[in-house]
Design a protein around this ligand. Structure first.
Ligand SMILES: [Zn+2]
Ligand SMILES: [Zn+2]
Length: 302
């Protein structure tokens, strides 16, 4: 029980927060595009094109330097793709965090942007324990300056919740995730992608704490919401399918988990490729759930 892996922690679509790694690395062929592929910002095929979001086809390739320029005009671009609304991950995420820190390092010691950029840089390198006190300081300043329900404050609350989760501080994480969810429901509405990310995190934390009755309605709600807002073919929607399957499997109902895992595997293969970590995890989850049901389950795969 409780040993299968949720997907949302790997590639959450939180629009503003710096969601911790481990996250999927871009597949090698995706960071070395060939032919007519070009950057969606500068429209050139200059070297060092990368991708690190849910955009597919040639749409997702971009230069880190072009995104840095865009982020100086719209700070949300430091974190998420304006097209697919997914947080950047992998090489692109690290590149942006490094560039943000290089710019912020020249700011006055103790400035909030310098602090936030340093925290984001540490987080992008997987240094979660070091990042926590910096994010706590950013959150305290946000609360004092902006109030508890400001969007930036709620982003800081959510970010800290994710970090605590990554550091295995589940109860601390759940408390903050609930605060972010309640605040975003009130200020942004139930269908906002940020609200849905908070909802997903609360659901996952309940699963990991084996609080299945609390997790179930949230996992359903986030899946339905992402279907409405992002569509069935969005990787975050499929993350939610996987999370619901994990919930069913962990609470001892693998027969309900199996068809959901099958769906997640099919979509992950199409959206991410056969060797992406999320695809491999979905396949592993499907295999384990199937084996746990004995011969009847194995017939499902036949
Ligand atoms: Zn470019
Ligand atoms: Zn995108």
């Amino acid at each position: 029980m409780g040993d299968q892996q949720t997907q949302t922690e790997m590639a959450d679509p939180e629009p503003e927060a710096w969601v911790p790694e481990p996250e999927p690395e871009p597949e090698p062929e995706l960071s070395q595009p060939a032919g007519a592929t070009c950057c969606w910002l500068c429209l050139t095929d200059a070297p060092a094109l990368v991708r690190g979001c849910a955009c597919r086809g040639s749409a997702g390739f971009v230069h880190v330097s072009c995104l840095v320029t865009a982020a100086t005009h719209d700070p949300a671009t430091w974190i998420r793709c304006p097209t697919c609304k997914q947080d950047f991950y992998g090489e692109l995420r690290r590149g942006l965090a490094t560039a943000r820190w290089e710019l912020a390092a020249a700011l006055a010691e103790g400035s909030t942007e310098r602090l936030a950029a340093q925290a984001a840089m540490l987080e992008s390198q997987g240094r979660f324990l070091e990042a926590v006190p910096l994010f706590e300081e950013v959150l305290a300043r946000d609360r004092a300056k902006l109030g508890d329900e400001h969007s930036e404050t709620l982003t800081s609350v959510y970010t800290l919740a994710v970090l605590h989760s990554m550091n295995d501080e589940k109860e601390k994480a759940l408390c903050l995730a609930k605060e972010a969810l309640a605040g975003r429901r009130r200020t942004l509405g139930d269908d906002d992608v940020s609200t849905l990310s908070s909802m997903s995190l609360v659901g996952i934390l309940h699963i990991t704490l084996e609080q299945y009755d609390a997790a179930l309605p949230l996992c359903f709600e986030v899946l339905q919401g992402r279907r409405r807002v992002l569509g069935e073919e969005h990787i975050s929607t499929q993350d939610s399918v996987n999370d619901l399957a994990v919930l069913y499997n962990d609470k001892g109902e693998p027969e309900k988990a199996i068809p959901l895992y099958q769906q997640a595997v099919i979509h992950c293969r199409r959206l991410l490729g056969n060797t992406h970590p999320n695809t491999l995890r979905a396949i592993q989850n499907l295999g384990e759930a199937t084996c746990s049901t004995g011969p009847a389950g194995l017939q499902v795969l036949a």
